[in-house]
Every structure is written in structure tokens, then in C-alpha cells.
Design a binder for this molecule. Structure first.
Ligand code: GAR
Length: 197
């Protein structure tokens, strides 16, 4: 069996990336072939290298507002790795429809809310402010609609009375590390039925 090739895009510490990389061993149908960051200071780059995964960096800042030029550089770096699947893992750049369509049906993202609630940023603060009893995370297919593609899996946590956005984020992040590897494994095997942990 030939493994599916997975490229992981990050912007920060890359804890989800580490969980994904560690999961892709043994009978897993996929293997990590590239970790790419859009910032030179993304802590996940060193963590990926320590795990033996090739890394690349395409800094978005020199491109300014020219998203198309940034994405052309991103595409060039990605294509060298010939990925079958792209996993966005804390990648904090909005992508254009042209880029998204190129990887249609092959790109996943993890988002720290129970979609369709709280697309965009500050999800934990918004869930607390709304008085929600539960929060969680979602893995979804990436479509041109921001955080709006089909949900492939979700995990839930309670919101506790004393929660701050930080304590809630930490509780959700633990679930992200369970959910994303589980969904990626199914997705790589061709199974897109949603998984609810
Ligand atoms: C994760 O909580 C992820 O869900 C979130 O960024 C964090 C990255 O952490 N993603 C988004 O907010 C996407 N809009 P990590 O770098 O430790 O995986």
C-alpha cells in the first residue's frame, strides 16, 4: 500500500501538528511529508524537524496585501512535497478561493469551536460570553467559505463557571489532539462520515 502524503501548515507552536505527525505510524494510511509555516518564528518548525519531518517556511509579510503572490510561493513549496492531503493546523492566514479550489476535497482544518458556532477568531471568549454550557473543536473540509466547509468531526467539553478564555482553550486543545488525528486517519482511508468524540 502506498501511503497518502500529508503536508501540515502551521503558524505557531504546532501542538496539533505534533499530534498529527506522531499519529502517522504503523498501519496509518498516511505519512507526513512536509511541515510548512508562514512565520520564521513558528515554534512548530523546530518541533517538526526534531520529529524528522521536512520543513519549509514561506513568510507572508514580504508579500504585503498580495495574497495571490504569497499563495504562489506557498504552492511552489507545497508542490515539491507532492501532498495528497493538506492539514491546516493553527494556520492563521485566510486563503483565497483560487488556492482552496486547487486543493478541493483534499484540505482539512481544525477550528476551536463547535461549528457552525463561532467562525473566525476569539472563539473561547465568545462561547463564555454567550453563556454556553459546552464548547469544543471541529475538523472540517476547507471550502471558500471561512470555517464553513463540511464538518468531519467534533469533540465537546463543558464550560465551567470559573473558565477564562485561556482555561477553556487549554481544555479544548486536549480534545483537538484527540480529534484531529482520528479524523485524519479516517479521511486518509477515504471515510468522510463525521466523527463525534
Ligand atoms: C488551535 O487551537 C487551533 O484550533 C487554532 O489555533 C490553535 C493552534 O495551536 N486554530 C484556529 O484558531 C484557526 N482559525 P497549535 O499551533 O498548538 O496547534
Amino acid at each position: 500500500m502506498s501511503h497518502k502524503r500529508v503536508a501540515i501548515l502551521i503558524s505557531g507552536g504546532g501542538s496539533n501538528m505534533v499530534a498529527l505527525v506522531r499519529s502517522m505510524t504503523g498501519d496509518h494510511p498516511a505519512r507526513p511529508v512536509l511541515v510548512l509555516a508562514n512565520r520564521p518564528d513558528a515554534g512548530g518548525l523546530k518541533r517538526a524537524a526534531a520529529l524528522g519531518v521536512p520543513t519549509a517556511m514561506v513568510d507572508h509579510r514580504p508579500f504585503g496585501a498580495d495574497r495571490t503572490a504569497f499563495e504562489a510561493a506557498l504552492t511552489a513549496a507545497l508542490e515539491q512535497a507532492r501532498p495528497d492531503i493538506i492539514a491546516l493546523a493553527g494556520f492563521m492566514r485566510i486563503l483565497t478561493p483560487a488556492f482552496i479550489n486547487r486543493w478541493k476535497g483534499r484540505m482539512l482544518n481544525i477550528h476551536p469551536s463547535l461549528l457552525p458556532k463561532y467562525r473566525g477568531l476569539h472563539t473561547h471568549a465568545r462561547a463564555i460570553k454567550a453563556g454556553d454550557a459546552e464548547a469544543g473543536c471541529s475538523v472540517h473540509e476547507v471550502t471558500a467559505e471561512l470555517d464553513g466547509g463540511p464538518v468531519l468531526g467534533q469533540a465537546r467539553v463543558p464550560i465551567l463557571p470559573d473558565d477564562t478564555p485561556e482555561t477553556l482553550a487549554a481544555r479544548v486543545l486536549e480534545q483537538e489532539h484527540r480529534l484531529y488525528p482520528a479524523v485524519l486517519k479516517r479521511f486518509a482511508a477515504g471515510d468522510r462520515t463525521p466523527l463525534y468524540l
